[in-house]
Design a protein around this ligand. Structure first.
Ligand code: PLP
Length: 433
């Protein structure tokens, strides 16, 4: 498989090049040149049980000589070494729990896969710096995934004071080859500086720079896997299925759309955003959202300028085609909290704020147009947001061991002003020590 840029102004590349560059030279994002048909899974692999087997089948068409079938198999077994259960909350709604990885959020899947793919394909003679902007959860997932990966430095930029204390600990306690950097400004500022770094000639002369944000196609491809596994878990052949995706940068949704374009029988997706509703505004009017990001309870989705919108627009011929595949809902914090409280009271199921945005949007969508079955992607464990969850649900959330352990570890972080030149100096310093 070869990969093309969304902007179409550079040659198509192999997977290794796409992984190691992050952004295409023309500033676009890589997408597979063609979307392969999903392999027939029905007989060989029973239901959702064997996710690594499904992953190997789904991902093999995207890999080329750089990744042998045996290497791919090892990488997916290491990536998907935790359960992804589909939990029914009532007759028609189920939650796909994507939060059983090491940092308790779905981003573990993409980060773990990408880290292993980079380790397998990097040039052993050049220092590789993986630059990542985070609104919270990506940073922790990337830090954990790259811990101790030889020859790779991970630099994680996060907006000072705008990630939860726990998320900050996940980013700043790894140390070693993982460098935490706090920036004055918002997530969008972090993302902008990172994007500028990729077009920085001075930097590219000295280091190989790539990204572990969802601009890197290596983050998105493995996320197709759990959509496939989930639909197998509910015999989608006999039901009309809607999947609700709590969305910020739209990476998770893009992976779902790739799976649907490959033939996965999802009737439509619900793009569930908080009030940072760039995608909904675009679908409704075709207009760009030029407001700054607003802070909400679902902070990992506080994104005003979602980078994967560009991919979605490239995958579909026009806005009407996108609207046939996705319906967008913008959910206020009040509605999110009410949904968390109601879900806990009615079903006993405790959602984190991001997953609750997804649940609220799905319920609204099903009221309008009853699907047979709705699946909400639960993108984070409720214990990652204990203050909000306990206040709203009125119940203590037990703290998983992985989080408790973070409290005793030393924190290491560098504060930089939010400028491209400050980041350049920092990256050069890191790469050459
Ligand atoms: C990152 C994140 C999202 C949004 O995912 P995108 O792929 O950026 O749309 C949703 N929920 C949680 C918990 C996240 O960490």
């Amino acid at each position: 498989m070869r990969f093309r840029s969304t902007r179409g102004a550079t040659p198509h590349v192999d997977l290794r090049t796409a992984l190691l560059s992050g952004l295409a030279p023309d500033g676009g994002l890589y997408l597979p040149e063609a979307v392969p048909h999903l392999p027939p899974l029905t007989d060989a692999h029973p239901a959702e049980a064997d996710i690594p087997a499904i992953a190997t089948a789904v991902l093999a068409p995207f890999c080329d000589e750089a990744i042998s079938p045996a290497t791919l198999q090892t990488i997916v077994r290491e990536t998907f070494d935790f359960p992804i259960p589909l939990v029914r909350v009532d007759e028609r709604v189920a939650v796909l729990e994507l939060f059983h990885g090491p940092t308790l959020a779905f981003k573990d899947v993409g980060a773990r896969f990408l880290a292993r793919m980079l380790a397998a394909t990097r040039d052993p003679h050049t220092p590789l710096v993986v630059l990542t902007a985070t609104s919270g959860d990506t940073g922790g997932a990337v830090a954990a995934a790259f811990r101790g990966v030889e020859g790779v430095h991970a630099v994680v930029l996060y907006p000072a004071g705008r990630v939860s204390p726990l998320q900050e600990r996940q980013i700043t306690t790894v140390g070693g080859n993982v460098h935490a950097v706090s920036i004055d400004g918002s997530f969008d500022d972090c993302q902008r500086i990172v994007k500028q770094a990729f077009t920085d000639r001075e930097l590219s002369r000295h280091v190989r720079l790539t990204s572990a944000n969802s601009i890197n196609i290596g983050r998105l491809l493995p996320q197709m896997v759990y959509y496939v596994a989930a639909l197998r878990g509910i015999e989608s052949g006999r039901h009309r299925v809607t999947v609700s995706v709590p969305s910020g940068n739209l990476g998770n949704l893009t992976a779902g759309l790739l799976a649907r374009l490959s033939g996965l029988p999802v009737h439509h997706f619900v793009a569930a955003t908080n009030v940072n509703a760039a995608f909904g505004a675009y679908l409704a009017s075709g207009e760009r959202w030029d407001r700054p990001a607003v802070r909400t309870s679902s902070s990992a989705m506080d994104v005003a300028d979602p980078s994967n919108l560009e991919r979605i627009l490239t995958l579909y011929p026009d806005r009407k085609a996108v609207r046939a595949a996705v319906r967008a809902y913008a959910v206020s914090d009040d509605d999110t909290h009410a949904c968390m409280a109601r879900t806990a009271a009615d079903t006993g199921y405790v959602l984190d704020p991001h997953s609750a945005v997804g649940m609220y949007a799905l319920r609204r969508d099903m009221r309008q147009d009853p699907a047979d079955v709705g699946i909400v992607l639960a993108t984070a464990h409720p214990a990652k947001f204990p203050d909000i969850v306990e206040r709203v649900v009125g119940r203590r959330v037990p703290e998983p061991e992985a989080l408790a352990a973070l409290r005793t570890q030393p924190v290491r972080s560098t504060h930089l002003e939010g400028s491209e030149s400050a980041l350049r100096a920092f990256v050069l310093d890191v790469a050459h020590t």
